[in-house]
Design a protein around this ligand. Structure first.
Ligand SMILES: [Zn+2]
Length: 151
């Protein structure tokens, strides 16, 4: 009985039949590709770990080269990662920060204005605690999420 191996093409753990992956029907003994794909994933993991620690691109590249990766490969993976991070940060800003800041500022403005007015005998229109609360939560959540995607 053959042991399950990781297919270098589809990266699944499979039991090959005559050296062919049952999942993607490609040759599992493609050694060069196996080394290359493992290499790329190791490097991608390393870059991910280092970026989570908020290391700069230069520091990440230096660490990658020190770990035995080519600088070409590491800069290519860094560039790919940057694209992903920029897209993720954009989505977070769109969802949390762009609605959060106006809601907080408007809610606070109206509330402070209304309370000041009321203190001076003016009309008591609205106190937008809900809007302030929503804005604050949205801003906090947005910034927390942004921390997971350091540039
Ligand atoms: Zn496969």
């Amino acid at each position: 009985m053959t042991d399950a191996i990781e297919c270098p093409h589809c990266l699944l753990h499979v039991l090959p039949t005559n050296g062919i992956c049952p999942s993607c029907a490609k040759d599992v003994n493609d050694a060069d590709l196996a080394i290359q794909s493992r290499h790329q994933r190791d490097l991608a993991d390393l870059i991910e770990t280092l970026k989570q620690k908020r290391a700069t691109d230069t520091a990440v590249t230096e660490a990658a080269v020190q770990a035995g990766f080519t600088s070409d490969l590491s800069s290519q993976l860094l560039a790919n990662r940057r694209k992903t991070v920029i897209a993720a940060r954009f989505e977070i800003k769109k969802k949390y920060l762009w609605p959060g800041y106006p809601a907080f500022i408007f809610g606070t403005g109206v509330t402070v204005g209304t309370l000041t007015d009321a203190l001076h005998g003016g009309e008591y229109i609205a106190v937008l605690y809900g809007m302030i609360f929503y804005g604050l939560c949205s801003i906090l959540v947005g910034h927390m999420k942004l921390r997971s995607y350091p540039l």
